[in-house]
Design a protein around this ligand. Structure first.
Ligand SMILES: NC(=O)c1ccc(NCc2cccc(O)c2)nc1
Length: 245
């Protein structure tokens, strides 16, 4: 998958993608990441990329022309069609379902706004989709871009090894929250590891983990539970867990 990121801070995207799974995916050729800085395409001595908003008010707005030039450069670099996705609080909240759809694309171009945002005429003319990470305001869209790069790269074939993809599947596969995890020591001043996890009974362990995921989702995110569309077995597991003291 190719991802182009239009940002005033390309080094931020490159550094955040150099680590761990995403860094390894780049080495394996599973992710082809490119940054495009509008400032490299800004005219004049000061290479302006922003200016004051018409109508007054605080902050600055990103100018059309440097963005158009950066986008044109990105599209000229590779003929593969790609949606232009704008990270902003006005976008549609990102979900794992949308991540899965994005991960299936051959390419996407991410637009990171700074300041108060981008001239509306550029957004209306060029942006295909707006995505929000959540209902909060950041200094720029770069953190959102880094999240999307990470989330879609993990889903590329060959990006995760068996253990890692098992974690991915257990958590994102069924839309439930993850179960609790424990490791050494079995006994600690902070408490004991649940007996079932030390029993070696893999069916009982799988049942306990599923039950914990169901219970945790019911308690913390009942909205996800409704979407998960539970079957009879899961409902029974959850009812049993709810009755336990
Ligand atoms: N919730 C988010 O995904 C998110 C995205 C970007 C951002 N900051 C840059 C920006 C960009 C556009 C308009 C704007 O008001 C602020 N902050 C939060």
């Amino acid at each position: 998958m190719r991802i182009d990121v239009i940002t005033l801070f390309p080094e931020f995207i490159a550094q955040s993608a150099a680590l761990g799974v995403v860094g390894r995916a780049q080495e394996r050729g599973l992710l082809d990441l490119h940054g495009w800085n509008p400032r490299d395409h800004a005219e004049g001595n000061y290479r302006r990329v922003d200016d004051r908003p018409f109508g007054g008010g605080p902050g600055m707005v990103m100018l059309i022309e440097p963005l158009r030039a950066a986008l044109a450069a990105a599209r000229a670099a590779d003929p593969t069609p790609a949606p232009l996705i704008y990270l902003s609080p006005q976008g549609r909240p990102l979900t794992q379902a949308r991540v899965r759809e994005l991960a299936a694309l051959p390419r996407m171009i991410l637009l990171c706004g700074r300041y108060e945002g981008v001239d509306e005429r550029f957004l209306a003319a060029e942006v295909d989709e707006e995505i929000s990470l959540g209902d909060y305001v950041l200094s720029g869209g770069e953190l959102g871009a880094a999240v999307i790069v990470d989330a879609v790269t993990r889903l590329q074939e060959g990006a995760l090894n068996d253990a890692e993809s098992a974690v991915q599947d257990s958590f994102e596969g069924d839309g439930l929250l993850d179960c609790p995890h424990y490791s050494q020591p079995a006994s600690h001043a902070l408490g004991e590891v649940p007996e079932v996890l030390r029993s070696g009974n893999h069916a009982a362990i799988a049942r306990w983990r599923r039950q914990q995921s169901l219970l945790r989702t019911a308690l913390r995110r009942p909205d996800l539970l409704d979407e998960a569309g539970l079957g009879k077995v899961d409902r029974k597991l959850l009812d049993e867990a709810r009755k336990e003291p």
